[in-house]
Design a protein around this ligand. Structure first.
Ligand code: HEC
Ligand code: HEC
Length: 509
């Protein structure tokens, strides 16, 4: 095992950079330090003391757990020679088909399989979507990332969007023509949290050996996303182009947030042991990790489309991919989670750690290092989350409606009229927050040879242009796709122009 030694040199360099940074001007983009990852490394040192030398005893095969000295030779005559070869609570199960698989074996096998896994997912995505990004020439996300336009979904041979919207649900189902089936996790058996490449470049501790992120960067939210605080609206985006992490949050926020909010932020940024990222052998990161922070997924209080599997459903085959939701504007939200309908940010915060982190399984965390966050600290985390606001929507008035005096265009106004009228969107996404705090069953099984997801929380549409891909699993890559989706699902028969108007309206929200 010479691996950890090789990593030492960049680490030493990183430590010097870190020291140098402290005196640099705070406005400069700074080299990223990751104190959580550093806490797990020991620097190699020269062998100078006798006790540092490895002895024969240290190196002996006494420590080979596959060749233990049995308690008593008579065990030989008992089943399995008295050994447990299957699940043993003390040993990591590793999700392996081999009872004695070691971490190295599992990592080797699953790393070797990864190109095939990603190739299959790449083919699936290419068959379903046109992944060549086409950008909106005018509308941008909050920090200027261009917005992809669509629809990106590919249609079955000979079908057009108009034809599709005119077909009955049964006919669409029979023809297998519904363009938005559920989007699978690329490695459903293992499931778990997957982070986009641009994040891994900054935070390699979030890299998995068994699976990579699948969607192209152009279709994802910004990284770093902007941060708007409801207690300091006049500041606008306070991210200053940085990804907030343990090493920079105090510099960014100490003069902006209260001590309680800062403490909440600290906890939201602290990596906690998790199913795939932990210190045991039963993990999916090459190196042992302290875990994942809340804001690793909810980056800057928003999202960059990190995903995992819904913890709320069993068996494994029925679980769906879950695209990370933004935490913006949560101070107004009354139910949380696509399926869970939890009633407070506090409850969700407490629950998130047990469910996103450990899939709703209370047994494994006991070994992987579950740290129950005391209920006395949870409100601090909740308060910090409740500071994240939506991005400004300069064309909306206090009722959340378009104001022609504020520069709304004819097309946007037509879109608004449709949204609140013919298209029925406002039934489930009412102003001013474009949120009804309800779960709705869209009964997609009418169109799809899939069992259907049952009721799902309708998400807010405020700031929606900043958070592609859309729907709980990200199956709609652009806003144009969501309009085509609802045009079919709600049987609206919208014209091409009406669809464009609706999209133009949503881009104002
Ligand atoms: C794997 C990435 C991931 C991590 C890590 C994560 N979350 Fe989440 N979070 C999600 C996803 C995905 C959802 C949407 C859940 C759903 O729809 O059921 C979510 C939803 C939420 C919600 C509800 C938002 C809403 O709109 O209903 C809150 C609050 C939240 N997370 C807080 C936290 C906190 C606090 C932590 C740390 C303890 C955390 N999250 C860690 C991915 C993550
Ligand atoms: C019957 C209730 C209902 C109606 C009507 C409705 N929606 Fe939704 N909307 C939902 C639900 C539920 C979801 C989440 C579904 C999912 O994730 O599977 C959703 C999700 C969305 C999303 C994705 C949000 C995100 O954060 O990913 C967009 C965009 C959207 N709706 C736009 C519209 C538009 C435009 C209309 C009108 C044409 C509309 N909706 C009509 C219930 C509704």
């Amino acid at each position: 095992m010479s691996k950890p030694l090789n990593l030492a040199i960049p680490l030493v360099a990183g430590t010097f950079l870190g020291t140098w940074m402290v005196s640099a001007a705070p406005q400069q983009p700074q080299p990223v330090r990751d104190p959580a990852a550093e806490a797990l490394k020991a620097l190699p040192v020269a062998e100078e003391r006798p006790e540092q030398k490895l002895t024969e005893h240290d190196k002996s095969d006494k420590f080979d757990w596959k060749k233990p000295a049995p308690l008593n030779p008579a065990l030989k005559d008992q089943p399995n020679a008295g050994r447990i070869t299957g699940f043993d609570f003390a040993r990591d199960p590793l999700n392996s088909d081999k009872p004695f698989a070691t971490f190295i074996e599992v990592m080797k096998k699953e790393s070797e399989a990864k190109p095939k896994v990603m190739d299959a997912q790449g083919k699936l995505l290419a068959a379903r979507y046109d992944l060549t990004p086409k950008f909106d020439p005018h509308v941008k996300m909050s920090r200027g990332k261009p917005l992809c336009t669509g629809p990106t979904a590919r249609l079955a041979n000979g079908v057009t969007w108009e034809k599709l919207a005119g077909m009955s649900a049964a006919d669409i189902k029979k023809a297998g023509a519904f363009p938005y089936p559920s989007l699978p996790h690329p490695l459903h058996t293992n499931g778990g949290q997957v982070f986009p490449q641009m994040q891994l470049k900054m935070f390699p501790r979030l890299q998995r050996f068994d699976v990579d992120f699948d969607l192209p960067e152009a279709f994802l939210p910004e990284f770093p996303p902007a941060i708007f605080l409801q207690n300091r609206p006049e500041l606008g985006d306070v991210s200053r182009g940085q990804v907030v992490h343990l090493g920079n949050f105090r510099d960014l926020f100490k003069e902006i947030m209260t001590p309680v909010q800062l403490e909440g932020m600290r906890l939201l940024l602290t990596p906690l042991p998790q199913e795939e990222f932990n210190l045991t052998d039963d993990r999916k990161s090459p190196q042992p990790q302290q875990g994942v922070a809340c804001l690793d997924c909810h980056v800057n209080g928003h999202t960059t489309a990190q995903f995992h599997l819904s913890p709320d459903i069993r068996p494994q085959d029925r679980r769906f991919r879950l695209d990370t939701t933004s935490l913006r504007g949560m101070f107004n939200q009354q139910i949380h989670g696509s399926k869970r309908s939890l009633r407070s940010v506090e409850d969700f915060t407490e629950f998130e750690q047990r469910t996103a982190y450990f899939n709703g399984d209370p047994i494994r965390p006991m070994k992987k290092g579950f740290q129950e966050i005391p209920r006395t600290n949870i409100p601090h985390m909740a308060q910090a989350q409740n500071m994240f606001d939506f991005p400004p929507a300069p064309k909306l008035n206090v009722f959340g409606r378009l104001d022609p005096k504020k520069g709304a265009t004819e097309q946007e106004l037509r879109g608004e009229k449709l949204f609140f009228g013919k298209a029925n969107c406002a039934v489930c996404h009412p102003a001013p927050f474009y949120l009804d705090d309800k779960m709705h069953d869209l009964h997609l099984e009418r169109f799809l040879d899939e069992p259907g997801d049952g009721p799902i929380k309708s998400f807010t549409l405020r700031g929606i242009k900043d958070s592609p891909p859309y729907m709980h699993d990200g199956r709609c890559l652009t806003l144009e796709d969501t309009v085509e989706f609802f045009n079919i699902v709600l049987e609206l028969q919208l014209t091409k122009e009406e669809k464009a108007d609706l999209v133009a309206f949503m881009k104002c929200l």
